[in-house]
Design a binder for this molecule. Structure first.
Ligand code: PGA
Length: 255
């Protein structure tokens, strides 16, 4: 089996950017540019832009995701949004465990697992982020960190549910820094994560799993990263905020 058995997914992660009028303008610009994509195209937007994004992308090939969700269906969790609330709106994807959530909002592997479970139960597709810090890479424990994050996040996830999981390998030192991992580094860690999944489930399930790379992927380096055997798409931050840049990455993934 090879790359052809897997879906290539290019997902934008807008983070805390774009007011509603700005979101509308970006999506309107993006739609014609990505209409001929030969890969899955997702935009993950702030909660306040979900309704706008869903309305504007209706009938197009762009799918909409959120950037996080809580693990409970409802309850006394001021400021949180449940997976069920997202699903009910028509949202299809959700990013879970992004390094910024881990770094600034106390997200742990255990809460990542709880959110993954809740998102799957609600019927969403999860973009699960894993990746090492710079000092962890320097200590030579990139594989250990990625294996641990992957194993804990997938606890209690069945093989059937794995078809609604996308893993995004995002080395934290490459996010928003302009320091992209080399295509060899990305391919090596993505391949390693696939081997971890093969051990947890089986080789067939691992071969079918989409594993993205994220971290300063842009219009210039996308071609080389996406050509690698284990790089099945990208999770794009900064470059997803500019329609021509995001469209260029989508075009690179469509080759
Ligand atoms: P970046 O962000 O493309 O701006 O590095 C990627 C991400 O955080 O998902």
């Amino acid at each position: 089996m090879n790359k052809a058995v897997r879906k290539t997914v290019i997902a934008g992660n807008w983070k805390m950017n774009k007011t509603r009028p700005e979101a509308k303008a970006l999506i309107e610009e993006l739609k014609p540019l990505t209409a001929k994509a030969d890969c899955d195209v997702v935009i993950c937007v702030p909660y306040t832009n979900l309704e706008t994004a869903l309305a504007l992308t209706e009938g197009s090939n762009i799918k909409v995701g959120a950037e996080n969700c809580h693990w409970a269906e409802s309850g006394a969790f001021t400021g949180e949004i449940s997976a069920l609330m997202l699903k009910e709106m028509g949202v299809q994807y959700v990013i879970i465990g992004h390094s910024e959530r881990r770094q600034y909002f106390g997200e742990t592997d255990v809460t990542v697992n709880k959110r993954v479970r809740a998102a799957l139960d609600a019927g969403l597709t999860v973009i699960l982020c894993v990746g090492e810090l710079l000092e962890q890479r320097e200590q030579g424990i990139t594989e250990e960190i990625c294996a641990m994050q992957t194993k804990i996040a997938l606890a209690g996830v069945t093989e059937e549910e794995l078809s609604r999981i996308i893993i995004a390998y995002e080395p934290v030192w490459a996010i928003g820094t302009g320091k992209t991992a080399t295509s060899e580094q990305a391919d090596e860690v993505n391949g390693y994560i696939r081997s971890v999944v093969a051990k947890l489930y089986n080789n067939n399930a691992a071969q079918k799993l989409t594993i993205q790379y994220g971290g300063s992927m842009n219009a210039k380096n996308a071609d080389e990263l996406l050509a690698k055997e284990h790089v099945d798409g990208g999770l794009i931050g900064g470059a997803s905020l500019k329609a021509p840049d995001f469209a260029a990455i989508v075009a690179a993934a469509s080759k």
